[in-house]
Design a protein around this ligand. Sequence first.
Ligand code: ZN
Length: 247
Amino acid sequence: MAIKTILNYSPNFNDKKRSIKEIKFIIFHYTGMKKESEAISRLTDIQSEVSCHYLIKNNGEIITMVPESYIAWHVGKSSWRRCKSLNKNSIGIEITNPGHEFNYKKFSKKQIISLLRLSKLLIKKYRINIKNILGHSDVAPERKKDPGEKFPWKYLSKNRVGLWHTSKKKELLKNRTIKTTNIDKELFFNNLFKIGYSKKIPKNMSKDRYKAFIIKAFQRRYRQELINVKIDKECLLISQNLIKRKY
Ligand SMILES: [Zn+2]
């Protein structure tokens, strides 16, 4: 790879190598721990049974933890469109950030520059579809919040790393907090399922609770300024725009 990384291997991966054809997704995470050093220790500790392919430090340095041809353990129970348990099909990138539990902060410029470079290389190398560049909360909305609403999806998408909408800001603001009808809401969820969010309600969870989780995941990604779990006209418009985008 034409990018400089530090090697700090994790023992947490499947013994069996995968074929390159299986790699279809990139999944972004934040580490969600107070200190960066703690996060690195955890991801390389055999007891933790978690890992990632790459970790991007606060200073922008990239650590290789698992080679791409092996399955790392970063995403757990997950689904997107017809794919389930996405570890086998994905490359997992962790970005140091204390996360929602410990004073969630802005990602550093250096982190984002490294992330962009790394993602672009991977997209090219594995011909990853732009729609398959996702956050942990997209594929496991009922369990995960990362990488969260401070993750610069819009900026990344300008560089063709991940999907974004083309709706005009002014138009969106006019529609913010404007109430939707039940038909609108139904349309919104159908759009979410078309985008890829899982239709399947997790066991032991009510339909309404699951719906709230997917609204939140959607807002954390596409309407980062207001995460209120309410489907207003702005959310509907964004979802309409996203399903119409062609790549
Ligand atoms: Zn995660």
